[in-house]
Design a protein around this ligand. Structure first.
Ligand code: SF4
Length: 324
């Protein structure tokens, strides 16, 4: 990924990781700043054009760094479900991404005080076994060669066997390790959705191949058919996707599969609509229930049941998790 500028917080500049990242981006213009929010939280930023002229912010994260999982997210049956935010924003540009409604800026932020995250997790020792989504508001595996954050969370998992770390991605990384409590979650969408709505992500065939190799190497692998997008011929598209996936991967060997239709906080959707007036996804007439914008309940049910039925031909129902 190309960054034109790197904004570096004064207090972050001395961290070895900050120096390492800056060293890998020799062409970017370095701009010292007092606090990352001075840049990230500015009002009236053009979040759409920032995606094409991206800058990186290197900062220290104060306050909360590990959060309870949101109700719109799949907890996979874990009582203690958390997510960590060691980076904000994503190198990819999915039209349906909730980050577009969540953050005032599209600039990526990398936090370099990773030791503080270790302390936070240590302080949560009463909340185990813990399911921790580390790649939540970003794609850590896609950025790992620059930031090393995916490696950091894997190492944390290695030292804490009562924490299951999930690294979710729309890239096609080569996974060579097989740590028992790290789960690699590959999000799969039909080619029609990838080419139209998932800008800069890896082709779905490459993601399937990467997942197949990870599984062969003994890693824990999850496939996520989530979010499902209601394209006009979604039945045919998802049927083809699942057939192609099953041809490459023995789905019964997966740790599990997640299925969920697109949903987003109504508040974020409002912000997305303002920032992206031409977005088909943002302007779909969703139903709003309990503050969550989603497809009509019948559509929602039909889509999830359809995909679950296709998957059940290859994997036990107990391994298929659906949203709501
Ligand atoms: S890969 Fe995920 S986090 Fe990144 S833009 Fe797409 S939906 Fe958002």
């Amino acid at each position: 990924m190309r960054f034109t500028h790197i904004y570096v917080e004064e207090r972050a500049a001395g961290y070895p990781l900050a120096k390492e990242i800056i060293g890998k981006l020799p062409d970017a213009v370095i701009v010292p700043i007092k606090h990352y929010k001075d840049v990230f939280d500015r009002k009236k930023q053009d979040v759409a054009s920032q995606k094409d002229h991206n800058s990186l912010i290197i900062a220290v994260r104060d306050g909360n760094r590990v959060f309870e999982g949101a109700p719109v997210c799949q907890s996979f049956g874990y009582q203690h479900f958390y997510y960590a935010s060691s980076m904000m924003n994503c190198p990819f540009d999915c039209e349906y991404c909730y980050l577009k409604g969540m953050y005032p800026s599209s600039y990526m932020v990398v936090f370099v005080n990773l030791d503080d995250y270790v302390r936070d997790i240590d302080d949560m020792s009463g909340r185990r076994p813990m399911y921790l989504c580390a790649s939540f508001d970003t794609d850590l595996l896609a950025m790992n060669s620059l930031t090393g954050h995916a490696d950091f969370w894997k190492e944390l998992a290695r030292k804490n066997d009562d924490i299951l770390v999930e690294l979710r991605t729309k890239a096609a990384p080569e996974i060579t390790d097989n740590i028992a409590n790290v789960i690699y979650a590959f999000t799969l969408s039909p080619e029609e959705v990838v080419s139209k709505y998932e800008r800069y992500t890896a082709p779905v065939s490459a993601r399937i191949n990467a997942a197949a190799k990870a599984l062969e190497n003994g890693a824990k692998v999850r496939l996520c058919f989530d979010p499902m997008i209601k394209i006009p011929d979604y039945k045919e598209a998802y049927k083809k996707l699942i057939e192609e996936t099953a041809a490459k991967i023995d789905l019964a060997k997966l740790t599990d599969v997640s299925v969920g239709t697109f949903r987003i906080s109504a508040d974020y959707l409002g912000k997305m609509r303002k920032a992206y007036p031409d977005s088909e996804i943002a302007w779909y007439p969703y139903a709003v229930k309990d503050g969550v914008a989603q497809y009509e309940p019948e559509t929602d049910k039909e889509m999830q049941e359809y995909v679950c039925a296709l998957l059940e031909k290859h994997i036990g129902r107990e391994k298929i998790f659906t949203w709501n």
